[in-house]
Design a binder for this molecule. Structure first.
Ligand code: URA
Length: 422
């Protein structure tokens, strides 16, 4: 077998055979297939697609490239959730302890932000002392003792995806449905969860810009999970506007703690509870009420224990950026658009995200929103506050924000998009 014949098959719109797929994934993981060859193959897959059989085999080969975890020793059913990524998407933070408080074990392997979308690990690392890197034994211990763990995937889990994802990121090949579906599901299946809820984001701030693409991605992933014995469901949710009122690491932790304390923005609360219900249902837990567990403080108790078990101080003051710049509403009226992509790019440019994988992030950087679509605003009132430690970034962030919002005449009728679309 050789890489060039595999590339040519897909370049010429052929179907890759099982042996070709197994070989190319294994040889790439071992370094025998070079990055430039895998880039060419990834581009051919992006342009010419894969059928369901090819996607299933590709996913199985990525799972087989590393170890599989096993949570069968736990006394509780496992439930996991994965979001395809968005702006202000802090939902994992309140959701994992909430679902644990309702009786499931939540092993949440999470990622870092790249580009305009935020990453759960970057957010949690703004809590002084908190550690994302745990050994498999530590992960199991935190899960057993607190009911939830949020940490980085170990190097042994789907190593083919680690290499391939980093390569896709720099070769314009992230947005291929077969590659996204196999990337996400190989990690989730190798992680060993019994059930999985997928939050497939749709809109300007998401990878999937249209509902049709989001449906295809969702049904591909649900099919892969089901074939591997993971009880999998997907929700399509709105990412045309940011979730909540903050985008940025410590800013989002603060907002998540507000949700765990029984407050917080309505859209974050609604999506957290909707996903919790799906996770509990998929895990076979039918008698718990997530709204009650948020209100009575039991989710907050799990959060505090989970943060402390990973070295964090749940009572520590969160970092605040050194500089702020307030953008005021240019007119009075109804805010009819606040674009997720523009806000995400601004937060990224302020230092909340990274341009290259190895870049550090600023814990306090990001965007605070003072109004959401549908709200009435008055000329001169604060609309957005930009936060950064490095004020030379303001001009660059302001470019991203310009054109990201619309204010219509006072009294204009406005119907907000639902948070859960399907
Ligand atoms: N998240 C992943 O883990 N992989 C992708 O390809 C896209 C989003």
């Amino acid at each position: 077998m050789d890489a060039i014949s595999v590339i040519r098959t897909k370049r010429d719109r052929g179907e890759l055979g099982d042996e070709q797929i197994d070989w190319v994934i294994d040889a790439y993981t071992r370094g025998e297939v070079a990055d430039e060859q895998m880039s060419a193959l990834a581009m051919a897959i992006l342009l010419n697609g894969m059928n369901r059989r090819e996607i299933a085999r590709w996913t199985a080969a990525m799972i087989a490239s590393g170890e599989r975890m096993d949570f069968s020793s736990l006394s509780r059913p496992t439930a996991d959730k994965h979001s395809t990524g968005g702006v202000g998407d802090k939902i994992t933070l309140p959701l994992a302890p909430l679902v644990a408080a309702c009786g499931a074990a939540v092993p949440q392997l999470s990622g870092r932000g790249l580009g305009h979308t935020g990453g759960t690990l970057d957010k949690l690392e703004s809590i002084p002392g908190w550690r994302a890197l745990l050994s498999n034994e530590e992960m199991l211990h935190v899960l057993e003792t607190t009911g939830a763990v949020i940490c980085a995937a170990g190097d042994g889990l789907a190593p083919a995806d680690k290499k391939l994802y980093a390569l896709r990121d720099v070769t314009g090949t992230v947005e291929a449905i077969p590659l996204i579906a196999s990337s996400i599901m190989s990690k989730k299946i190798a992680e060993g969860t019994g059930s999985l809820v997928l939050d497939v984001k749709v809109g300007s701030g998401a990878f999937m810009k249209t509902i049709e693409d989001a449906r295809e991605l969702a049904s591909t992933m649900v099919g892969l999970g089901t074939d591997h014995g993971v009880q999998t469901v997907a929700l399509l949710t709105d990412m045309s506007t940011p979730l909540g009122l903050t985008a940025g690491n410590a800013l989002e932790v603060r907002e998540s703690v507000e949700v765990l304390a029984g407050g917080g923005p309505a859209d974050v609360v609604e999506l957290t509870i909707a996903l919790a219900r799906e996770m509990l249902d998929a895990a076979g837990i039918r008698d718990a009420d997530p709204a009650k567990a948020l209100a009575d403080g039991s989710a907050m108790d799990v959060w505090r224990r989970m943060i402390a078990a990973q070295g964090g101080d749940p009572d520590a003051a969160l970092p605040v950026a050194r500089e702020q710049h307030v953008i005021k509403a240019p007119a009075s009226g109804v805010l009819t658009r606040l674009d997720a992509y523009g806000i995400g790019v601004a937060a990224w440019r302020l230092g909340a995200g990274r341009a290259r994988k190895e870049d550090p992030v600023q814990a306090g950087a990001g965007v605070e929103m003072h109004a959401k679509p549908g709200d009435t605003v008055t000329e001169g009132q604060p609309l957005l506050t930009l936060h950064t430690d490095t004020p030379e970034r303001f001009a660059y962030a302001l470019e991203a924000v310009a054109g990201s919002y619309d204010i219509a005449a006072p009294g204009t009728a406005f119907t907000a998009s639902p948070v859960v679309l399907e």
